[in-house]
Design a binder for this molecule. Structure first.
Ligand SMILES: [Zn+2]
Ligand SMILES: [Zn+2]
Length: 80
């Protein structure tokens, strides 16, 4: 499995803002991406987990390998 690119900055590691939004080419670098701390890699969205995410679950959350396995066991486990 490979590391996912950050959803917020598309793996750029920085946030680019435009005056008008959309496809406006007039953009500026507004600083490091807060979500990935500038690494460009998607971080696991599970609570208090800062590992790198490798996949999305069915709820659309980016999870690391460990959390993904945990989520899968909960999803398909014996919980009523
Ligand atoms: Zn980012
Ligand atoms: Zn995790």
């Amino acid at each position: 499995m490979s590391i996912l690119p950050c959803r917020k900055c598309n793996g750029e590691g920085r946030i680019f803002k435009s005056k008008y939004g959309g496809n406006d080419p007039d953009v500026w670098d507004s600083g490091e991406c807060e979500d990935c701390k500038g690494s460009g890699s998607q971080v696991c969205e599970a609570r208090s987990c800062n590992d790198l995410a490798v996949a999305f679950n069915d709820d659309g959350e980016a999870l690391c390998e460990d959390c993904l396995a945990e989520w899968a066991s909960e999803e398909f486990g014996a919980q009523p």
